[in-house]
Design a protein around this ligand. Structure first.
Ligand code: GDP
Length: 298
């Protein structure tokens, strides 16, 4: 296992305890440790550079004062900058003025979209909403059935193309789902879309067409935290091809470091709204930048 960022900082900062002020050498040594720890956590290099520049800047100007010794001061700065880069406050969903609010999920196949649809629906239901899931992943065999199973487990309605009508047109399904939601008084629809293993132009266009047809209030880019630095190029492709309003990180139960979170947030500027951390429907919560910062810090 790698040392955590905290371990690294503690060892390099140990000899600073007696000092009243951080020297440039101290700060450089600290920056080196932060750099290694972030690269080990799979944070993209340009993001590491920006981050270190910010921390160095603040550490240089910092007067060591009051209750904090220099080591604690640096840890505090690193923590604050991590929280800032992760978005600061938790960003909440934007709801439409006139229901239904349309939330569309986009991402690579296997990212966890269908599972997330169920988690999100369950979570929204728990908050007093009446969500409906919409099956627009008509590409992958079984995707519709999988969504129906997930909806049943979450105890929510699902809108899917009628069986026997061929593959069907996802844009048409999405459009009709909005009418159905209005009719059946669902205040939120969560639209599951198709994804490929790699970025695929045709599917990007399809997702963009669905988005335009139903005027999505939120497009959530769903990304597997385990793919590390690849998360950046995938996020850029979806940003340019479809456009999204927020990010959901999945499989955080498998990614101990959270490097993907840091990179995606910094590179795309899009807020992370939710975190998914397990296969069960209840393994899900709003994304809290401060908690993720503590986890990265170790
Ligand atoms: P989709 O292709 O994007 O719709 O992805 P799925 O929802 O089908 O998920 C792909 C696989 O990842 C399934 O085996 C899920 O059970 C699993 N999965 C989804 N979310 C999580 C998560 O947060 N943690 C873990 N460990 N597995 C997950």
């Amino acid at each position: 296992m790698f040392d955590t960022l905290s371990d690294r900082l503690t060892s390099v900062l140990q000899n600073l305890r007696g000092k009243g002020r951080l020297s440039d050498t101290d700060i450089d040594a600290t920056a080196r440790e932060i750099r290694i720890a972030l690269l080990e956590a799979d944070v993209a290099l340009p993001v590491v550079r920006t981050f270190i520049a910010r921390v160095k800047d603040r550490a240089k100007g910092a007067e060591v004062s009051g209750a904090l010794n220099p080591a604690q001061q640096v840890v505090k700065i690193v923590n604050e900058e991590l929280v800032a880069i992760l978005g600061g406050e938790t960003r909440r969903l934007t709801f439409a003025k006139t229901p239904p609010t349309v939330i569309m999920l986009a991402g690579l196949q296997g990212a966890g979209k269908t599972t997330l649809a169920g988690k999100l629906a369950r979570w929204l239901k728990g908050q007093g909403h009446a969500p409906m899931l919409v099956a627009c992943d008509l590409q992958r065999p079984n995707a519709v059935t999988q969504l129906q199973v997930v909806a049943e487990r979450a105890g929510v309605a699902v809108f899917a193309p009628e069986p026997g009508n061929g593959v069907g047109d996802p844009v048409d399904v999405a459009r009709r789902s909005i009418d159905a939601a209005r009719r059946d008084q669902h205040d939120i629809v969560v639209v599951d879309t198709a994804g490929r293993l790699g970025v695929d132009e045709e599917l990007m266009r399809q997702a963009a067409d669905i988005k335009a047809a139903i005027g999505a209030d939120e497009v959530l880019f769903v990304v597997d935290a385990m793919i590390g630095q690849d998360a950046v190029s995938t996020a850029e492709a979806f940003r340019d091809g479809v456009g999204f309003t927020g990010v959901v990180l999945t499989k955080l139960d498998g990614d101990a470091r959270g490097g993907a979170a840091l990179s995606v947030r910094e590179v795309t500027g899009a807020p992370i709204l939710f975190a998914s951390n397990g296969e069960k429907l209840e393994d899900f919560d709003a994304f809290h930048p401060d908690r993720m910062a503590s986890r990265i810090l170790g």
